[in-house]
Design a protein around this ligand. Sequence first.
Ligand SMILES: [Fe+2]
Ligand SMILES: [Fe+2]
Length: 197
Amino acid sequence: MEKHVLGLELPTDPRWVDIAEKNIGDILTDHAYCEQKAASSCISLIIQFYDQPKLVELLTPVVAEEWDHFARVMAELKKRNLSLGPLRKDEYVEALGKLLKKGGNRQQQLVEKLLMNAMIEARSCERFRLLWKEIADKQLSEFYYELMVSEAGHYKNFLSLAKEYQDPQEVHRRWHELLEQEAEIMKNMEIRGDRMH
Ligand SMILES: [Fe+2]
Ligand SMILES: [Fe+2]
């Protein structure tokens, strides 16, 4: 999964993966919550947009996949005699949330949310790719490879769903605007070895 496939404007600082590897317990806890938030976010979308059959159909299995990821991260913690730590403030997701346009009709709100989900999937996917390529623990590296593939699928789902609810050209334009803004967020964010993002 190359950077240009995901469209991200700014690759992750390569120092991140070294720090992350040294703090794998913290990374696993933060990662577990990323999976939980991904599942929760899909559940919220289903509840809020129950009257959009395509969305409900596409996101229902994603909830199960994200929860399976959560369970598998928990197993990685257990293998290392670690347990889940507390949920921490997610500065990246908070900053992304501020980019979303308020107002507009229900469809426009939905598209904003779908694009935000797509962005988090894309950035996670890019980070899993780094973990897969760089970390020494072979078994964990393979796990990250699988996640990279899975999150890439989710990213595509969210983008294609967005195009169901808004003119694809407009989605494309907005997506590129968000990509630029996401790169700005990343550029200004401290590199932390205890966070997935
Ligand atoms: Fe996931
Ligand atoms: Fe995902």
